[in-house]
Design a protein around this ligand. Structure first.
Ligand SMILES: [Zn+2]
Length: 104
């Protein structure tokens, strides 16, 4: 399993191993939730892959993949397949990044 950790590594050096394990925890949590599927952001109603999470240095949190979104990768991350597509069978099985998939 290869995650895109390279671009986050610069932030790891300050916090050392803690950072790494936190990311691992978030990733494992998301992977457990969606498997190979998609994470849906409650804030911006767009999807991303678990490995796409973005580290926000100021907030010290893993955030939604989309830079302008302030949703985090924990409380605001919902499984697309279960929570969203369940109510919208017309939504694609494989959603597109950057496309809005409103819940209602
Ligand atoms: Zn978002």
């Amino acid at each position: 399993m290869k995650y895109q950790v390279e671009n986050i590594k610069s932030g790891c050096q300050v916090r050392g191993g803690v950072m790494g394990s936190h990311k691992k925890m978030i990733l494992e949590n998301l992977k457990e939730m969606v498997g190979d599927g998609w994470v849906w952001c409650l804030h911006c109603e767009r999807v991303y892959k678990p490995e796409d999470v973005r580290y926000d240095h100021e907030a010290d949190l893993f955030m939604c993949f989309y830079p302008e979104c302030n949703g985090d990768a924990f409380l605001d991350a919902w499984p697309y397949e279960g929570n969203v597509r369940e109510g919208h069978p017309d939504y694609p099985v494989i959603p597109e990044k950057g496309v809005f998939y409103p819940l209602y």
